[in-house]
Design a binder for this molecule. Structure first.
Ligand code: 5GP
Ligand code: MN
Length: 358
């Protein structure tokens, strides 16, 4: 039998996944999205490439059907994403609170992208909880809260951007994915898989190839994300690796911490610390990496792991946070020192898993 053309391969593969089975498109939803609506697309605090990419991709897709769309985030996003089309119109609750309230009260459709509980959008969650409207969640974090009318949750997916592609594809609109939408989707694929190093699946590669076929300049996205750092980012990284890194070989764990003073000295803004935790995983024997930093109002933890070690469980059980098995986060209202001490005190509990081979 001759090899199937790529598009057919993709379709075959897509149909084999749970996604398109669980992701049924009830006719009520299809109809809703075919008639111009007043749509809000929301994503989580400290939006990352996947949050921003999926939100803007969905916006550009929906606008092709004449919907009036606003993208709203609780807080600011890293500067490098200013290069994404439509980023200039994003409303930030922390900065444009009144405008956000005005816009949200007029909406009748809410997309929840890359988050699965109101806690992740803070005060914006309190505000929209009781507003009327249809809620559609598309997300890949574990354990979604039952807050949407339509929930497309697939923790096995690489990214919400992957799911947005598949949402559009499932609605029969792959042809509407133009280079602008491609750029947004590719951003989330790259950031949430660390440039295809983790959380991948066969479909991510197919989607990437399809985006390139549709005119995406993939090198430009890589440049936007990785070659747009400021000098201070590299100096901060140098400081973290030289002065703030601890390696605990008996627990296959490494840790970087930053104090409030470090925040002042390096004039750290939102997004400046993105990706630092990943450097710890590049140590061969490290299975658990922690980045614990004293932000101006709260202590933030970012945990990463290799293999089966479930950092989602650690974040949820001990710090009231969450995320994915290999990448999770949480906030602590204890002091920096107390948080670091608590993290270290947990390690004996996980010693067996940390020492396990593989
Ligand atoms: P990061 O460490 O980069 O902030 O986040 C890693 C992953 O964990 C992301 O998918 C993020 O959405 C999730 N995450 C980060 N902080 C929290 C938190 O406080 N609560 C929950 N539920 N998830 C979080
Ligand atoms: Mn994501």
């Amino acid at each position: 039998m001759p090899a199937l053309p790529l598009q057919n391969c993709f379709l075959k593969q897509a149909l084999r996944t749970n996604f398109l089975h669980t992701m049924e498109f009830p006719s009520a939803l299809k109809q809703l999205l075919r008639i111009p609506q007043n749509v809000a697309i929301l994503s989580h605090r400290n939006p990352d490439g996947d949050a921003i990419g999926s939100s803007l991709a969905m916006r550009h897709y929906l606008e092709q059907y004449g919907h009036t769309v606003h993208v709203l985030f609780p807080s600011e996003f890293p500067e490098e994403f200013d290069a994404l089309p439509g980023s200039e119109d994003i409303l930030l609750w922390d900065i444009h609170t009144e405008e956000c309230k005005n816009v949200l009260t007029r909406k009748n459709v809410f997309f929840f992208l890359d988050f699965n509980g109101y806690g992740r959008i803070d005060k914006m969650g309190d505000f929209i909880k009781d507003l009327p409207g249809t809620r559609i969640m598309i997300d890949h974090h574990l354990y979604p809260d039952p807050i949407a009318d339509y929930t497309y949750s697939e923790p096995e997916a690489s990214s919400t951007c992957e799911l947005v592609y598949r949402f559009i594809h499932g609605l029969g609109d792959t042809m509407k994915i133009n280079p602008m939408i491609g750029k947004c989707i590719y951003t989330g694929l790259i950031t949430d898989t660390g440039s295809f190093r983790h959380a991948t699946n066969p479909m991510v590669f197919r989607i990437a190839a399809d985006l390139v076929e549709r005119g995406l300049d993939d090198t430009a996205v890589q440049d936007m994300i990785f070659n747009s750092q400021k000098e201070k980012h590299l100096r901060l990284l140098g400081h973290c690796l030289t002065h703030r890194m601890e390696y605990l070989p008996e627990y296959h764990t490494a840790l970087i911490w930053l104090s409030k003073k470090d925040y002042e000295i390096f004039n750290i803004q939102r997004g400046d610390t993105e990706g630092i935790v990943n450097y710890l995983l590049s140590i061969k024997d490290v299975k658990l990496a922690a980045f614990i930093h004293n932000q101006p109002t709260v202590v933030k933890l970012s945990l990463r792991s290799k293999g089966n070690l479930d950092v989602q469980e650690i974040c949820k059980k001990h710090f009231n946070g969450g995320g994915h098995r290999n990448a999770s986060g949480a906030y602590s209202h204890d002091s920096l020192k107390a948080t670091i001490d608590k993290f270290k005190s947990l390690l004996p509990e996980y010693k067996e898993q940390l020492n396990a081979k593989g």
